[in-house]
Structures are given as C-alpha cells and as structure tokens.
Design a protein around this ligand. Structure first.
Ligand SMILES: Nc1ncnc2c1ncn2[C@@H]1O[C@H](COP(=O)(O)OP(=O)(O)OP(=O)(O)O)[C@@H](O)[C@H]1O
Ligand SMILES: [Mg+2]
Length: 560
C-alpha cells in the first residue's frame, strides 16, 4: 500500500510539528487516503484494520479546519464508550499541541455535569462524547451547534449495536446542514449504510482493509477447553507466553468479576472493567492498566473498541464473542501500529463451529493449539528460575551464603547437587497430576457439518464431531449455501423461527433446507442453498414479518 510522508499532505505546519513529536514518520495507508478527501470537505466512510491510525486520520483534518480564534464549538466527535472518548480527546490534544487556543473536551456520563458545563462555556471548540451525554447537553442547551462544521462518528457501527441510533439521529438532525460528516470503523456491517444514506452527502468510501479484516501480525490460536479448566488453561498460557500486558474478554460482567477474583487469588495483577463500575473506578482501572501496574485487564466488550494501549501483547477470548465483528475488534487491542501480537480464543464444545464462522468472516487463519501440559509450563518455570539463578550468581556477593551451605554440607550426608535440586523443587511448587486434556484440537478447516453437535468430537476419522441428529444443519456443506441479508433483527422482536417460517411459507422451500440464521440487533443473515437464493429473494419481495415490510438481498460477503 502506497503511503506518503505527512509533509506531503498539505497540513498546517503546527500539526506537522505535533505529528513529528508523536513519533509518526509516515502516514498510515488510511491516513494517506482519507486525509486529502476530508481536506477537500467531502463526507467520508473510512474503513481500515484495527490499530492503523484511524483516530489521526479523522483528527488531523478536523483540527486543520478549527479556527482557534473562534471560541465556539466547531467540531463534535461521537464515540461508543467513555474510555474511548477520553482516549480520542487525548490524541486530538496531542495533535493540537502547537495550535494555541484550541480546547478539546471529552464529555461522557458519570462525570460531574456542572463541571462539564463550566468547561464547555470556556471556549471549547471540539467535544468528544458518548451520544447519551452529548444529547443531555443538547437538551440543556449547554452546547450550541450553530458553528459546528464537522461531525465524526468513530466506531459508528458499534454505536448502532449499542442502541444509540435515536440519539445519533437527534444529534445529527440538530447540526447545521452545511457540515462535513465523517464515519470510521474497522468493520462496516450493511446496517451502517442506512445511517450514511440518511446523514451524509455523496460520501467517499475509503476502504483499505486487505484480504483479511484482522491484522496480519497478530498470531491467532484457539484451544478446545472444558468450562471448568478455563482458568487453569489461561494461567498456563500467561505463564508460558508471559505477555507484558493482556486484555481478556468475557461475555458477562459476572464472569469478569469471577475471573478477576480467580486470577488475583493466583497472584496475577488483574483488574476488571465493565459497565457496572462507577466512572471513578473505570478511570482508575484504565489508568492502572495504561501505566502497567495492572498487567491483565479483564473486560466485557466495553474495552473491545478503539482502546489503544501500547504494550498489550496478548488478547484472550475467555468467552467467544457473540458477533463476528467483535472478534476483529477484540483481538485488535494487540498488534497496533505495526507491532506484533498474539490472540488466544477458548472454545467449549460446539462453539468450535462458531469460531469457524468467525474465521470465515475475518478471512484469516485461527490455528488449533494443544493446551500446554503441566510439564511444558514447569519447564518454562524452571528455565525462568535458573535464569534468575544465573543472574544472581552474576551480580550478587554470595560469599556469606556459600559459607552457610559449606557448613551444612559438612554436617549432613547429602551433596550440593541434592541441595540445589531440593531448592529448585521447592521453588517449582507442588507437583500436580495433569488433569487437562492437552491433545491438539482439530483444525477449523477440517470441521464438517454445521455444528449443533455433541461436544468435542475428537475423532478425526469418524464423523468429525458433527451433529449427527438429522437436524437441518446436516443437509449440506456450507460452500453450497448463499448468505442473504434481511433488515430486521432481535430489536424487532423477531425470532429465527419467524424468519424460517416466512421463507418456507413464501418460497415453498422446505424449512430444513435453510442453513444457519444469524440474528443481530437490527439485521439477520440467513443461509439458503445457492441454487434457491434467487427464488427465495423473489418470493420474499413484498413480504411482511411481524407486521414489518422487510427488505432482503444477497449478503455478497457483507457481514461474513
Ligand atoms: N502514522 C502513524 N505512524 C505511527 N504510529 C501511528 C500513526 N498513526 C497513528 N499511530 C499510532 O497507532 C496507534 C493506533 O492508532 P488508532 O488508535 O488511531 O487506531 P485505529 O485505527 O483507530 O484502531 P481501532 O480500530 O482499534 O480503533 C496509536 O497509538 C497511534 O498513536
Ligand atoms: Mg479507533
């Protein structure tokens, strides 16, 4: 991918200086392509892989348009989470370092609103906020949009997922019509196009995602585990790979709390982050993680999007994410700005099929790994202890200790070798029997059928762990299936059965021919045999489901 130097982008000299201070040498591909488009004033939909500098890709042109002398709100950026609002505000502040008189303010719920109002009055030109809090200020008339010329939606698709659609619509409808509207994310599901159509004018699509949605420098492994052994497996991996910082994703707040307890109990520096914590606690945890005191951040998906912490070397999917997109964002917390990273996913039983779907969606390779055996972990531990021994011999005066040992050896009838071995044994901890199955799992590419099966199904030769209950998932192999998009989902109270029923009823195709039905909040993907896809689309043209007129189209790789 062709990139340019920042000084080739016709940027304000003050921004160039700030960019140099930040240590950026070249513009990243998304920056190279998206900055000129925005400088022209065009609306834009920007898609690029995680950690490739989308913040500066919108932050730089936004700043270039700010007039520091005008002490009025000029630009609004919306983000899905508080942590992200703070981070984006920090990055824009760094970029604005030499633009004296530019004030950037993050605004989010849980923060003292009176203080916020005071700061807003103080000539703030740029706010970075969560939609809810921005709405709040709008209603109180403590923000005025008359001079706003730029609005950014960072992680626009996530704001939709979180149900911010109405808030976003209200905010956007209150902004001056003459404005630039900018959207960025690493994933752009079809639903986002509705927003674009509504609020943007002839947007330019800038897409620099390559073949795969995930970053190539992130090695992706998965482990087939039993629910009971997850904690143990995680600790083994933490010990084996010793990542500087890790982010661990769980699907529920309760699981986050439980895992944090388990890890702390085993002596790891772990802290939890989720939506039930008070803002002050969330800030404390994030700060402690950013400065390395907390080595393991255990979080729900609040930390999946946008969060940028330099030394995150590993991401764990302790629970597999519900949606394919989340996998991309979660593992994107490592391998940022060209660094390397490693991602570990745990699958229990038939979740392996879900992971196969994720692999297809990301167009990447998620490689099966055997769980490290206790012997593996012990070997690593021993190596580390012995490295420590060598270091101590190298730089400590041991003469007094040697005296103690010499004396002891004269009194006892064991050798110095026995003594060293005993000390090592004591440092290694108890020797337990390894109760975890540490054989290598099957590769995702070798799986047959559609899942719904009965657990792990080890045998490679017999039946490959497939469902085997005559269910509809068994009818064909997935490559024969076409994926269709429907613009309704869980939020409309629609169940998979409603969609299945409508398709079977309208097209006359037997329900069991329908493959997987993936429901999201606002849309659904259905698989039907490829040769029947057109007939289904025609049959479903003027159909209502649950009283709603639906629209169906081929997914064309969207969403998968
Ligand atoms: N041109 C550049 N050269 C080097 N580093 C850069 C450059 N642009 C941005 N960075 C750094 O790269 C890191 C990732 O950037 P950023 O957070 O903007 O990624 P992103 O594309 O928004 O990722 P995500 O999809 O996860 O939100 C940041 O630490 C940022 O400061
Ligand atoms: Mg980002």
């Amino acid at each position: 991918m062709e990139t340019v130097r920042f000084d080739e982008l016709q940027l304000d000299e003050r921004i160039l200086r700030a960019v140099a201070d930040m240590g950026f040498e070249e513009a990243s591909p998304i920056q190279t392509q998206a900055i000129p488009v925005q400088l022209e004033g065009r609306d834009i939909i920007g898609q690029a892989q995680t950690g490739t500098g989308k913040t500066a890709a919108f932050g730089i042109p936004l700043l270039q348009k700010i007039d520091p002398k005008v002490k009025k709100l000029q630009a609004v950026a919306l983000c899905p989470t508080r942590e992200l609002a703070i981070q984006v505000a920090d990055e824009i502040r760094r970029l604005a370092k030499y633009m004296h008189g530019v004030k950037v303010l993050p605004i989010y719920g849980g923060q003292d609103i009176v203080k916020q109002i005071r700061s807003l009055k103080d000539g703030t030109q740029i706010i970075i906020g969560t939609p809810g809090r921005v709405m709040d200020h709008m209603r109180r008339k403590t923000v005025k949009f008359d001079f706003v010329h730029t609005v950014v939606m960072d992680e626009a698709d996530e704001m939709l997922n979180m149900g911010f659609l109405e808030d976003m619509e209200t905010i956007l409808s209150q902004l001056p019509e003459e404005r630039q509207t900018v959207m960025f994310s690493a994933t752009m599901p079809p639903a986002i196009l509705d927003i674009a159509r509504k609020f943007q004018q002839e947007p330019v699509n800038v897409k620099v995602v390559k073949k795969e949605l995930t970053v190539p420098k992130v090695t992706q492994y998965y482990y087939e585990v039993k629910p009971k052994s997850k904690v143990e497996v995680m600790c083994r991996l933490l010990d084996m790979y010793a990542p500087k910082l890790s982010v661990v994703f769980c699907n529920t707040k309760k699981q986050v709390d439980e895992l944090v307890q388990a890890l702390q109990g085993r002596g790891y520096f772990a802290e939890g982050l989720h939506g039930d914590l008070k803002q002050i606690q969330r800030d404390r945890v994030m700060n402690s993680f950013r400065n390395g005191k907390t080595e393991i951040l255990v979080a729900t998906d609040v930390a999946a999007r946008g969060i940028d912490v330099d030394d995150v070397e590993a991401v764990f999917n302790y629970d597999l994410p519900q949606d394919d997109e989340y996998y991309v964002h979660r593992i994107g917390r490592t391998g940022r700005a060209g660094r390397e990273g490693i991602a570990f996913s745990f699958v229990v039983g038939k979740e392996v099929y879900k992971l196969r779907d994720i692999q297809r969606y990301c167009k990447t390779k998620i490689v099966p790994q055997a769980i490290p055996s206790l012997n593996d972990v012990t070997a690593i531990k021993v190596d580390k202890i012995l490295e420590g021994v060598a270091a101590t011999i190298g730089d400590t005066d041991l003469s007094k200790t040697v005296n103690i040992i010499e004396k002891k050896l004269l009194e006892e009838d064991y050798t110095s070798l026995d003594l060293a071995a005993a000390l090592l044994r004591m440092m290694m901890g108890e020797e337990n029997e390894d109760i975890i199955d540490t054989r290598e799992p099957r590769s995702l590419d070798e799986l047959e059928g559609f899942g719904g099966g009965n657990g792990r199904g080890r045998g490679r030769s017999n039946n490959g762990g497939r469902g085997g209950n005559g269910g509809r998932y068994d009818s064909s192999s997935r490559d024969d299936m076409a994926r269709l998009f429907i613009n309704i989902g869980k939020n409309q109270n629609v169940k998979p059965g409603d969609i299945l029923g409508a398709i079977a009823g309208e097209s006359g195709m037997p329900g069991k021919m329908v493959g997987s039905i993936d429901m999201y909040d606002k849309y659904t993907f259905v698989e039907v045999p490829r040769e029947s896809a057109d007939a289904v689309l025609t049959a479903m043209k003027d159909v209502k489901i649950k009283g709603k007129n639906i629209h169906m189209e081929k997914a064309n790789g969207k969403g998968k």
